[in-house]
Design a protein around this ligand. Structure first.
Ligand SMILES: Cc1ncc(COP(=O)(O)O)c(C=O)c1O
Length: 404
């Protein structure tokens, strides 16, 4: 059972106040059930395990231990292993980001990047501007630093940037957090015009933008849009990305790219978190990347997920009740569904789990008032046949509840 904030408050232990601001993530609790082998789960954000480069990474580790074992096992610098930062910087430069290796900080997944930015920027009561809905674990991370949220709605083009200026003027948030490419949970992509507009506003009001980009490499259709960091000429954007969705989430390697002053503060914040990210993983991945066809690998992941995304969209069309709406992602891992007739996604989930299908109800993704008629569906982790069966079951439950 999730531990609620109220339970934390009633505990016999004298926890810090911040612990009452977040309960155990409802999504983590669902994932425990959804992880059972007989469940068709659309709940997690799991990359397909068959895409993990197992033998290449095993070989890189074997070579690493044979050739530099003791050095790799020693403490290392907080910024991260230089050859890996060089590889990342050159990849980011290909995407138009001005990324000198000295500006690249290796993080323990991009989740740590979010946390470090929270630590560096947010004092209790500070406001963070987020999309509504937004990535749940970022909301948790900022809540731990006792942030409050101001929210901006979104549509198929991403965040409604037109609403942003009024909020910047009135609420003076400390930070803007956004996932412009294939957002979690919506799967939507912020249009180029809106990116430019957002950047201009952030510059005008001197508010840093935290651009969280774990999915940018995973595009299945449409044209690539430059990242906010690529458009940024004034050091306004902190860019986060990760190897979690392209190599493996288990290696826990991501990176942050920021201007000198911000980068320095993130390094200081990281020193007190974990000194440095796992140096064995860093060196092994850097070795592997010397000879690994990363582009080819990403392309094959995209081919697999494109097929799965298409299968899920087709199944939604076939089985979901009339009046349902869903996003049409050009990449990433998620489709966001709005249910008709006041259907409650959490109630639907109870029945779905009884029929061995899981998804995540949308309510926890809203930083403001939760809305209960949304669900997030992940399509990367199940083959098309299972996607069809799972979506059919959810669709049947929804239709029966609507009396159709
Ligand atoms: C938007 C977003 N940011 C960050 C993360 C965390 O990624 P990592 O595994 O690199 O910590 C995720 C993971 O699903 C995500 O969806």
């Amino acid at each position: 059972m999730p531990v609620s904030s109220a339970e934390v408050r009633e505990s016999m232990y004298n926890f810090a106040r911040r612990m009452s601001l977040v309960g155990t993530s409802a999504v983590r609790e669902i994932l425990k059930v959804a992880g059972k082998p007989d469940v068709i789960s659309f709940a997690g954000g799991l990359p397909a395990a068959e895409t993990f480069p197992v033998s290449e990474l095993a070989r890189a580790h074997a070579e690493l231990f044979a050739e530099e074992g003791r050095a790799a096992m020693q403490y290392s610098i907080t910024e991260g292993w230089l050859p890996l930062r060089e590889w990342i910087a050159s990849r980011m430069r290909l995407k138009g980001i001005d990324a000198d290796p000295s500006r690249v900080l290796i993080t323990t997944g991009s989740q740590q990047g979010i946390d470090l930015v929270g630590k560096a920027f947010i004092d209790a009561g500070d406001k963070v501007l987020v999309e509504s809905p937004s990535y749940l674990a970022a909301l948790h991370s900022f809540s731990i630093y006792e942030a409050s949220f101001v929210t901006v709605g979104s549509d198929e083009q991403g965040m409604n940037v037109d609403e942003v200026e009024r909020i910047l003027r009135k609420d003076r948030p400390k930070l803007i957090y956004t996932v412009p490419d294939f957002q979690n949970p919506c799967g939507t992509t912020l249009s180029l015009d809106r990116r430019k507009q957002l950047l201009q506003l952030a510059e005008k009001y001197r508010v840093p933008i935290l651009e969280d980009d774990p999915y940018g490499e995973l595009r299945y259709t449409g044209e690539r849009v430059p990242s906010l960091a690529a458009l940024d000429k004034s050091g306004t954007v902190i860019h986060l990305s990760t190897f979690s969705k392209t190599l493996s989430p288990g290696i826990r390697l991501g990176w942050a790219i920021a201007s000198g002053e911000i980068s320095h503060s993130l390094i200081v914040a990281k020193q007190s978190s974990d000194l440095h990210s796992n140096s064995i993983s860093q060196r092994a991945v850097a070795r592997m990347l010397q000879s690994f066809d990363y582009d080819g690998h990403v392309q094959s992941i995209c081919a697999l997920y494109r097929e799965r995304c298409t299968a899920m969209l087709a199944a939604l069309e076939r089985y979901f009740p009339e009046g349902s709406h869903w996003t049409h992602p050009e990449g990433g891992l998620f489709i966001w569904v709005e249910l008709p007739g006041g259907l409650n996604a959490a109630e639907l989930l109870e029945e779905a789990l009884a029929r061995h299908v899981a998804f995540v109800p949308g309510a926890p993704f809203f930083a403001g008032s939760p809305r209960h008629n949304f669900m997030r569906l992940n399509f990367s982790d199940r083959p098309p046949e299972m996607i069809e069966v799972g979506i059919q079951r959810i669709g049947e439950i929804a239709k029966r509840r609507l009396g159709k």
